[in-house]
Ligand binder design. Structure first.
Ligand code: ATP
Length: 369
């Protein structure tokens, strides 16, 4: 076999093109199109009912799309006259509840993914009597997920985080082209989630597989994924790296959905916009369109406060503040009555009614009104 020239674009692990699905009158997914390369983690993020799970289920093969293509490592899994059942697709699945088999040990659960018909190790009834060792791949997977000594345990002897890693090991064991994770952290303790996200990312990167996960939690999507696809009403509105989605949202909906947002009325001027906070540079200026009504978006951490004189008519007033230790959120009423939220360091403490000037630290995003 000759290897592809280096300049050639590698075949994506997953290629999803114009995937659509309706249930009766409800359009669940509209022409979803995206690719995932090997080693890449993509999040499907959106509010409840936007079509995330249906998209994932169509890739897995649990749902038949009305139209569109799914290619796994270049092989058509779904297309005109093609339908591969889930077990034929090289796709691993981590269900929301992990779905470990309670009567099988951790090693047996992981080996289940490797099962090659009735010759599989885990299906041989005498394996336990003879103390037959599980396949080497099982030990490799236990090592990968940091559970080397857990092979003999049973699912009820695992914490939620450990059960999640076993489910991930089981999905990765057959070396799938991609793994699909349905709300991977929703069944876990809130305090554990942040540390488990890092562990999950490390494992997926070490496995060098493509991964797609569904979430409605913006922090989860932004911190775990290499690219985030934001869905709304069945459509992918934007797909891009987390900082693009956060600082350069293409729609107002995305801007407000992926983070706290101040939306201020503005008028476009050359290279930027005029707002109540003064001139702001826009990351997305439109040439030759001066005088247009805009809304501009600024994140709370893109603003700062400066103390003003008590009798300064142009100053805003602090409404309230919340102190978090590492930072604080301070809300300010501008002279117009418009309110903005700022996220600040904590060396200065602000009190209600303090007169303040709000300073813009960064470029803003403009949306035509
Ligand atoms: P959630 O975060 O609440 O799980 P979601 O973004 O995953 O939501 P989907 O579960 O994909 O959304 O649902 C998309 C739309 O399709 C919703 O309006 C839902 O009610 C509808 N839907 C999903 N599955 C079915 C089904 N089997 N029969 C009828 N309608 C369905």
């Amino acid at each position: 076999m000759t290897s592809a020239p280096e300049s050639a674009t590698p075949t994506p692990a997953l290629l999803i093109r114009d995937l659509s699905k309706s249930f009766g009158d409800t359009v669940a997914v509209r022409e979803a199109t995206f690719e995932v390369t090997r080693g890449e983690i993509v999040a499907l993020l959106g509010p409840s009912g936007c079509g995330k799970s249906t998209t994932l289920r169509m890739i897995a093969g649990f749902e038949r799309p009305d139209s569109g293509l799914v290619l796994v490592n270049g092989e058509t899994a779904v297309g005109p006259d093609v339908w591969q059942p889930p077990e034929r697709r090289r796709v691993g699945i981590v269900p929301q509840d992990f779905a470990l088999f309670p009567h099988l040990s951790v090693a047996e659960n992981i080996a289940f993914g490797l099962a090659d018909g009735h010759h599989a190790w885990w299906t041989r009834p005498w394996r336990r009597l003879r103390h037959e060792r599980p396949p080497a791949r099982v030990a490799e997977m236990l090592e990968l997920v940091g559970l080397r000594d857990f092979g003999e345990r049973y699912p009820h002897e695992l914490s939620g985080g450990e059960a999640q890693r076993v489910a991930l090991a089981r999905a990765l064991a057959p070396e799938p082209a991609a793994v699909l994770l349905d709300e991977p952290f929703s069944n876990l303790d809130q305090n554990l989630r942040a540390s488990l996200r890092l562990a999950m990312r490390r494992i997926l990167k070490a496995a060098d597989t493509a991964a797609v996960f569904v979430t409605h939690d913006r922090e989860e999507a932004l911190s775990l994924a290499d690219r985030v696809a934001v869905m709304r009403e069945g459509r992918i509105e934007q797909i891009g790296p987390p900082d693009d989605i956060y600082y350069r949202p293409e729609t107002r909906f995305i801007g407000s959905f992926v983070g706290d947002a101040n939306i201020l009325p503005a008028t476009s001027v050359r290279g930027g916009a005029e707002t109540e906070l003064g001139f702001v540079i826009l990351v997305n200026p439109e040439e030759g369109d001066d005088g247009r009504s805009l809304d501009v978006l600024l994140r709370p951490e893109q603003l700062a406060l400066k103390r003003a004189e008590a009798n300064d008519a142009g100053a805003g007033r602090v409404i309230n503040s919340e102190y978090y230790g590492h930072d604080q959120v301070v809300r300010v009423a501008l002279p117009s009555g418009h309110r903005v939220e700022t996220r600040l360091r904590t060396e200065t403490v602000w009190h209600p009614d303090d007169p303040v000037h709000v300073i813009v630290l960064d470029d803003a995003v403009g949306f035509p009104r």
